[in-house]
Design a binder for this molecule. Sequence first.
Ligand code: PLP
Length: 396
Amino acid sequence: MEKRFIYADNAATTPVSEEVLAAMLPHFRTAYGNPSSIYKLGRDAQRDIETAREKVAKALGAEPAEIFFTSCGSESDNWALKGTAERLAKKGKKHIITSVFEHHAILHTCEYLEKQGYEVTYVPVSDKGIVDPEDIRKAIREDTALVSIMYANNEIGTIQPIEEIAAICHEKGVLFHTDAVQAVGHVEIDVKKQGIDMLSLSGHKIHAQKGIGVLYVKKGIVLPNLIHGGGQERAKRAGTENVPAIVGLGVAIEAATRNIAEKAAVITPRRNRLIDGLLTIPYTRLNGDRDRRLPGNLNISFEGIEGESLLLMLDMNGICASSGSACTSGSLDPSHVLLSIGLKHEVAHGSLRLSIEEDVSDEDIDYILETVPKVVERLRAMSPVWEKMMKGEKYE
Ligand SMILES: *Cc1c(COP(=O)(O)O)cnc(C)c1O
């Protein structure tokens, strides 16, 4: 097959869509007013921000007054955790519950809070990559302030039992936050129906630009101000608004949530074809539950090879993908997500994540299914680990 270019790393970031870009452009050159200004140019910008806020609210089943624009998903996660911790510490609640396989925006914030004297319980996940709501119930204490569990995992795509967890939290009078950065636009979300108190999302994962995010905060929950200054974002997060990015995010989330079921109907069979095809390679395994996962995500480990070499060789073949291993994170440790579901270090090192959307065609899937086995075979042929494995020797 002729070489192709295939972007299969949408969980890392997505391109800005044509319609998002078109909506943003006037806000750089003609509709550039400061939303706080009194004249029409400013008032128009203010109106466009509020329109975007309505679109975000509608997409989540929230009220516009519950939507705060931030600079990214990480900022939203930080604000939800640190803000709640600070607020509830005053009431003697200094315990937080999260899971072992959260995004670092959550885990590193929790580590910071531990250094500040908070206690954090990290609940485990099953070998399929799912949090057991009963583990949350058991972990909740008198002094628990917050439970934060991601909606869908960014590496293995597994979807968590959000409603059950939220119900347990409310039964016990504990707030519930979810990092829904990977879920928005791929699964139906309704914060009211699902009992979500706070939710983080990010623009660049849903075809808006990088550097824009949202924190939904349920009415009645008062977080401390994140940035002190002017009155923007109801004085909670000061600083002149990033109008183009906000307007773009409004258009992006409307588009992303418009036809979730139709998109899934196109993507899921392609993803399944990839899973079935790649699992025919010997010594491979699928990471994460096969069904309870995002429509476009697959994560597969190939024993005896290194993820980075695999990614580089796929790149030479025009395929952009990701791996849960070493160099990507600048450390030698394999992904904490893959270790959390019980993978051995050496298996976690040889992992491949593909995250596809509708633009990855059936022909593209054929190309991936033709390319990956060849690349894996070549890498195994050069791998001392693989050689030892095949001889039945111990390797580490
Ligand atoms: C990408 C991602 C984030 C971070 O979002 P940014 O906007 O890049 O800061 C947080 N959580 C999850 C699950 C993500 O996938």
